[in-house]
Design a protein around this ligand. Structure first.
Ligand SMILES: [Zn+2]
Length: 204
């Protein structure tokens, strides 16, 4: 193992500096002081995260374009899509809640997917996007705010509560929304952030 192939990693938990050796597939670097995982070698991290992000963008569009649910109550059919819950909250005067729901279920996932694509797409073709460090820091900041799972939980609760009084038909939007949650999690799992930060170092 040549020294030039080693770089230093700082532990995000205890700040210990650890030498990063060349790893084989699925090997990890663990902090010798606190045991935190600092880096794990994920094969084709950028390429796989890019594929999952592109698929996320497609299902995001579908989840917004098609109804999540249809309610049939006393002969009337009401369609419910992703934005209609936000509109309803706003209409009833809960505008702060409407902004929050819009942010965590629509805006943040959209920003996260598009900024991740902005980072990954050029890197996949060995180009470095403009302001890579800044945009990738935004991706990492947005991460905890994309609470699509919480929104899904809300939909499930609504279905359970309303199923006795109305006929509920699940729509393409709902399946797309579930696929969005799975694909965004898959993109996160495929990506090793350290691989991106290494490109930032090259830039400097
Ligand atoms: Zn540590």
């Amino acid at each position: 193992m040549a020294n030039s192939e080693e770089s230093l990693l700082a532990c995000h938990d205890c700040d210990l500096l650890v030498r990063k050796p060349r790893l084989r597939t699925r090997e990890k670097v663990v902090c010798s002081r606190c045991g935190a995982v600092l880096y794990s070698h994920k094969p084709d991290s950028v390429g796989r995260a890019l594929n999952f992000s592109l698929a996320s963008l497609i299902v995001f569009v579908l989840a917004n374009a098609y109804p999540l649910l249809a309610f049939k109550l006393q002969g009337q059919v009401q369609l419910c899509d992703l934005i209609s819950g936000v509109k309803e909250l706003y209409r009833q005067g809960y505008w702060e809640l409407a902004v929050l729901v819009f942010s965590v279920s629509i805006l943040t996932p959209f920003l996260k997917i598009t900024s991740l694509l902005y980072v990954l797409l050029p890197l996949r073709f060995n180009r470095r996007p403009w302001r890579l460090a800044y945009v990738f820091r935004c991706v990492e900041t947005l991460h905890p705010w994309a609470m699509t799972e919480v929104f899904l939980l809300g939909i499930i609760v609504a279905i359970v509560k309303l199923r006795d009084i109305a006929i509920i038909v699940t729509g393409v939007g709902l399946y797309s929304f579930v696929a969005l949650i799975v694909l965004m999690a898959a993109a996160d799992a495929a990506l090793e952030p350290h691989d991106i930060w290494e490109q930032v170092e090259v830039e400097r």
